[in-house]
Write a protein that binds this ligand. Structure first.
Ligand code: SF4
Length: 349
């Protein structure tokens, strides 16, 4: 493998070929793997320096979903203990966003269970919440509301939505093994609708659901074709009651190799490590930045608790990462005296 050439191409924004990606996923030689992580970290630094995007979410509406996605404890098809509640009030969502901001989150996503957000009253709540979050916090706003049309997204954009999250979940060739109630093309159409409006698009997948390494490469290439801005990388947390409850977690080595693979396929994009980080990576979580990630989710996930925020901030500090300010807020308040935040000096002044 010509690592220097890969680095030179990545610095021009050109990702590795499918053939190179397949060579990388087959690598086991420790010396080659050392080169892989060195190159992935170099590419991350070239495009993202040591800035880290911190994301947080609110599970705005939970459970009772008519769709059947095998990994998801919120599907009504499975008997799980995931919380079930209707859409939270806008005030509650804004209060949660404020709390997340104080904890170090810089992009906040409103997430709702269900195939699509079509109920007018629920759309009104999301619009009010977006407006409130934009007015009362410095957060970049994001929403993950299932399948969305261009018109629906346009309405939310006018209310203050900046970023659209919609995962492809997995490779096209594996999607039917995981999702039985909607098609891959429907997922893709939501992302294309967001892109057609010039919105920041965030789309990735979940790893460890039984897909092959070749299918992980396939997903990375599909996301490159779609030209998404940010790629959330989730590692399965097998939920009791779901069809994937018996699935083994991934070894940390596999998680880190997936991150490095995506960094080299998508050199210029944001790579955000999200669900399943603590469960799958354990005490190797701090290595995600060496593998090429430049973002991570902080706080709780949709239906499972995240790690203590303080531990995550410790990890960022130890890795020398600098929390990136949201685009419209160049000088955010410091999170703690020693943690570096864009727009402030080392002492947070
Ligand atoms: S992933 Fe979304 S669409 Fe699929 S079952 Fe869960 S809440 Fe429903």
């Amino acid at each position: 493998m010509d690592w220097q050439d890969i680095g030179v191409r990545a610095a021009k924004g050109i990702g590795i070929s499918e053939e190179e990606a397949l060579q990388i996923v087959a690598m086991t030689d420790p010396e080659e793997l050392r080169h892989l992580y060195q190159t992935a970290q170099g590419v991350r630094r070239t495009w993202k320096a040591d800035f880290v995007n911190t994301c947080g979410i609110s599970n705005a509406k939970s459970g009772r979903c008519a769709e059947a996605c095998s990994f998801c404890s919120q599907s009504a098809h499975f008997n799980t203990d995931a919380p079930k509640y209707s859409m939270k009030k806008a005030d509650t969502l804004v209060a949660e966003a404020k709390e997340a901001f104080a904890q170090g989150v810089r992009e906040f996503s409103l997430v709702a269970s269900g195939r699509a957000l079509t109920n007018k009253a629920e759309v009104a709540i999301i619009k009010d919440a977006l407006k409130g979050i934009r007015e009362e916090t410095g957060l970049q706003t994001c929403a993950s509301l299932g399948l969305m049309s261009r018109e629906g997204l346009e309405e939310l954009k006018e209310a203050g939505l900046m970023s659209v999250h919609h995962n492809l979940e997995t490779a096209r060739s594996f999607h039917k093994n995981i999702v039985s109630t909607h098609s891959y093309d429907e997922e893709v159409d939501t992302i294309k609708a967001a892109k057609s409006l010039g919105m920041y698009t965030c789309a990735g997948g979940i790893f460890g659901m039984g897909e092959s390494w070749a299918q992980r490469v396939e997903l990375a290439l599909e996301l490159r074709d779609l030209d998404v801005d940010s790629v959330p990388l989730n590692f399965l947390n097998p939920r009791p009651g779901t069809p994937l409850e018996e699935q083994a977690t991934l070894p940390p080595e596999d998680c880190l190799k997936i991150i490095a693979l995506f960094r080299l396929v998508l050199p210029t994009k944001d790579l955000v490590v999200c669900g399943g980080r603590a469960l799958n990576l354990g005490d190797r979580q701090g290595e995600i930045f060496e593998a090429g990630a430049n973002g991570m989710m902080i706080g709780n996930y949709l239906t499972t608790a995240g790690r203590q925020v303080d531990l995550d901030l410790d990890m960022l500090e130890a890795a020398g990462m600098v929390v990136r300010a949201p685009p419209h807020l160049p000088h955010p308040p410091s999170l703690r005296p020693t943690l570096r935040v864009e727009g402030t000096d080392r002492n947070g002044l």
